[in-house]
Write a protein that binds this ligand. Structure first.
Ligand code: GDG
Length: 483
């Protein structure tokens, strides 16, 4: 029977070593949380890196790592620390990531990074081919594996290959600055179907293909000498039922089951009449606009001192890519900003920002989503932003206000949120005021619409639509051959 082979840089599980034993924890991040439910329900295997370098795994435990992965229908691909440095921290996160998010000043062009990127992409492609059988569908994910589709195509010309890019695709004027632009485009074009979160990313990609490689582009199809490649937008959804159910369970649990975090949040709300909590959750990444958000909050408190002691920004920043200098600098900047603002506004009984620099268990995430009155998400660029969708899904009584950056892919589908430009502090402060004062009925009205859409376009539907379209490309190919 044919199967789906999912490939992403990281597996949805993270393997670590604790006291000579292997520990398995779920991976945090949009791709893993989103795709997990598709993988769980379907007949698929998932190939990816388990989070430990070859050198970190004692030789006696290598088989054990594979066994743990296999229990979850996963295959662990081992990478050396040099490969991780050059391929992951290097080309993926110092070249592609900043460039695709329009941070050109952070983008490095280094031949060694590129060499590792090609080498590791080949490793992924070879591992896929080890598991591939005729009739299988291959689904490659994200910017770390842009060369993989064509590497598979070279060895398995008839394979059905899909590629989905989870981050933005930049405009041609930005993309063309990449020294390896031709190779990258040729690599992705090995796929039959290329998916993006939004129509804009799709448009940018098609424009680069036609202007750099000079291929014929008709609407959303690219004609290659031997095949047609389809490009389309598939806005990724969330596992709506999981978040909704988690929120319902949360409200049904007794006070004895409450987490420490929940008790502290309740304490703040009980102590202060008209108290409001503003939530901010992201990986600590310069694309997420965390420093902008804190500055906008400062601007808001400066302009609206009547909210002092009444609001609190609860900010969860999940450690990410700390081997890359910009991330370390951002960490310092955020630490300083939080310190400065807490120093500036705190009173004996109140601090304006609660800052957590860690990853929290899922249950705590639900505590935050269900308790905070406002979610303030201000990315400077973001492929989609699933946190915005998760926040709305957990608001089972339909109250709560989402303030969302227009630079997030999610903003295209979430018009009922308060949409802001992350560079405009005045506008963000005004949106915060609007959110605090928004009548309950209006919140319910907006969230009813949002929830209806998110429920319908869940992650299951997203994967189903992509797969359906991918299978459809096979018919296209057969028709093309018969011309
Ligand atoms: C990339 C693109 C695109 C966060 N903190 C914790 C935690 N999370 C989970 C959230 C959410 C996910 O991580 C974050 O997803 P995002 O979409 O917001 O952001 P990225 O990680 O940057 O994801 C993004 C996504 O891929 C999908 O295509 O939307 O634009 O950049 O699911 O719930 N989960 C737990 N603890 C935490 O502390 N358990």
């Amino acid at each position: 029977m044919s199967k789906t082979i999912i490939i992403s840089n990281r597996l949805p599980l993270q393997i670590s070593i604790e006291n000579d034993h292997l520990e398995v924890t779920p991976s945090v991040g949009g791709l893993a949380t989103g795709l997990k439910s598709f993988h769980k329900d379907g007949d698929s295997i998932w190939i990816g890196w388990p989070g430990l370098t070859e050198e970190e795994i004692p030789s006696g435990l290598k088989d054990e790592v594979q066994k743990k992965a296999k229990e979850e229908n996963c295959v662990a691909l081992h990478l050396t620390s040099d490969e991780i440095d050059g391929f992951y921290y290097g080309f993926s996160n110092r070249t592609i990531w900043p460039l695709f998010h329009y941070f050109m000043e952070y983008t490095e062009s280094d031949d060694d990074y590129w060499r590792y990127y090609k080498q590791v992409n080949q490793k992924y492609a070879d591992e896929i081919l080890n598991h591939y059988e005729e009739g299988d569908v291959i689904w490659v994910h994200d910017y770390q594996l842009l060369l993989v589709p064509n590497m598979i195509r070279e060895k398995a010309p008839d394979a059905i290959i899909g590629f989905f890019n989870h981050i933005p695709f930049p405009s041609y004027e930005v993309f063309r600055t990449l020294p390896w632009r031709d190779e990258v485009l040729k690599g992705v074009l090995g796929a039959d179907l290329i998916g993006f979160h939004t129509y804009d990313y799709e448009r940018h990609f098609l424009s680069s293909v036609s202007r750099i490689l000079r291929h014929q582009v008709d609407f959303n199809e690219i004609t290659l000498p031997d095949r047609i490649v389809k490009v389309d937008s598939f806005p990724m959804g969330i596992d709506y039922k999981k978040f909704e159910q988690a929120a319902l369970d949360h409200f049904e649990s007794t006070s004895a089951d409450q987490s420490e975090l929940q008790k502290r949040l309740d304490h703040h709300l009980k102590d202060t009449p008209d108290a409001k909590l503003i939530l901010s959750i992201d990986r600590l990444d310069y694309t997420k606009g965390i420093a902008h958000r804190i500055r906008a909050y400062e601007y808001f408190l400066d302009k609206n001192p009547e909210y002092i002691e009444k609001v609190r920004l609860v900010m969860l920043a999940v450690p990410s890519r700390s081997n890359v200098p910009q991330y370390r600098r951002l960490k310092r900047e955020v630490d300083e900003l939080v310190g400065r603002i807490n120093g500036k506004f705190s009173t004996v009984s109140w601090t304006p920002i609660w800052y957590f620099y860690r990853s929290m268990p899922f249950e705590n995430l639900i505590d935050l989503y269900t308790t905070c009155d406002i979610a303030l998400l201000t990315p400077i660029r973001d492929g989609m932003n699933l946190v915005a969708k998760e926040y709305i899904a957990t608001r089972t009584d339909k109250t709560g206000v989402l303030i969302l950056s227009e630079m997030a892919g999610a903003a295209h589908e979430m018009n009922e949120a308060l949409i802001i430009n992350p560079n405009n502090f005045e506008q963000i402060a005004a949106a915060m005021k609007t959110a605090f004062e928004m009548p309950r009925e209006e919140q319910i009205e907006r969230n009813t619409m949002l929830q209806k859409r998110l429920r319908r376009y869940s992650v299951e539907k997203w994967a189903e639509d992509f797969m359906k379209s991918l299978r459809g490309t096979k018919e296209n190919r057969d028709a093309f051959k018969s011309i």
